[in-house]
Ligand binder design. Structure first.
Ligand code: SF4
Ligand code: SF4
Length: 268
């Protein structure tokens, strides 16, 4: 039996990725078990989902504690969440990271494959929803599921244009994922204190941050009203973001009628 753990953030589609992968493997005659685990419903909050893959009926009902493979949908998550915890020696990590695996700050007796899933998702979908790109990367790096089965399942899940867009993300990541590299000689980066899901400081949840152009702000307060984290205040008729409370959801940018807020990617 092979056990897989997916790490992501609310809104990146980790739970959907596990469901699609389980269905694609089922098409190939495998027994599968998909287990979603939501920490909180908040968009941007850390999320974990598990998958078991077997050649015969799976009777385990526990969460996965010692995965063979870990999939990380968010490039900054590994700085605060112990994504390699319990990963078996020689295990595989497939990570959304735009640089080679040796630069990801992850060390240990593991193999690490990387792919710029955020960049691919932005190209294919126009949004940083990285789940389908990471499925393409998973298929190539693990060799456990064929691209064809994933394509078929994906189109059943999202028929039409949305399916076509997700297919593009899946195929591009399949092509671009790096071959897994040995990171046993790499010094793991020191982690910041473990993330508190209900912490007020949600800045580490962010991949994108809102950037304000004060000259274009007309003080309409739409961003202030719609921000789900109450991270925006109005000071002398202009919007101001408290970045420690901002999780980078981008709602303020979508609601701003004058284009005063643009979302810019955080540096890695
Ligand atoms: S929505 Fe845009 S224009 Fe309105 S207050 Fe916010 S930044 Fe200013
Ligand atoms: S400031 Fe904008 S990006 Fe940040 S949490 Fe509020 S709505 Fe989301």
């Amino acid at each position: 039996m092979i056990e897989v753990r997916f790490h992501g953030r609310g809104g990146q589609g980790a739970v959907t990725a596990v469901r699609i992968l389980a269905s694609a493997l089922y098409l190939e005659g495998k027994y599968t078990q998909a287990i979603p685990m939501y920490g909180t419903e908040r968009r941007g909050a850390p999320v974990v989902a598990f998958l078991r893959i077997g050649e015969s009926r799976i009777n385990e009902r526990d969460l996965v504690h010692n995965p063979d493979i870990v999939v990380v949908l968010d490039p900054l998550l590994s700085r605060t969440v112990p994504v390699t915890e319990g990963l078996k020696e020689g295990g595989l990590i497939v990570m959304n990271f735009p640089k080679p695996g040796t630069e990801a700050g992850i060390g240990g007796r593991f193999m690490l494959a990387t792919v710029d899933a955020t960049g691919i998702a932005l190209e294919a979908l126009g949004r940083p929803i990285t789940n389908t790109a990471m499925l393409g990367a998973f298929a190539k790096a693990s060799g456990l599921v064929s691209l064809e089965s994933l394509e078929k399942t994906l189109l059943e899940h999202w028929p039409g244009r949305l399916g076509e867009m997700n297919l593009r993300a899946l195929r591009t990541a399949y092509e671009r994922v790096t071959p897994p590299v040995d990171v046993s000689g790499i010094q793991a980066q020191e982690k910041r204190p473990r993330e508190e899901i209900f912490s007020k400081d949600v800045s580490s949840w962010r991949i994108f941050k809102p950037q304000l152009d004060e000259d274009r702000c007309v003080g309409c307060r739409r961003c202030y009203i719609y921000c789900p984290e109450v991270a925006i205040s109005m000071i002398q008729g202009k919007a101001r973001v408290d970045y420690s409370s901002c999780k980078g959801c981008g709602i303020c940018g979508e609601e701003c009628p004058t284009g005063a807020i643009s979302m810019v990617q955080e540096a890695l």
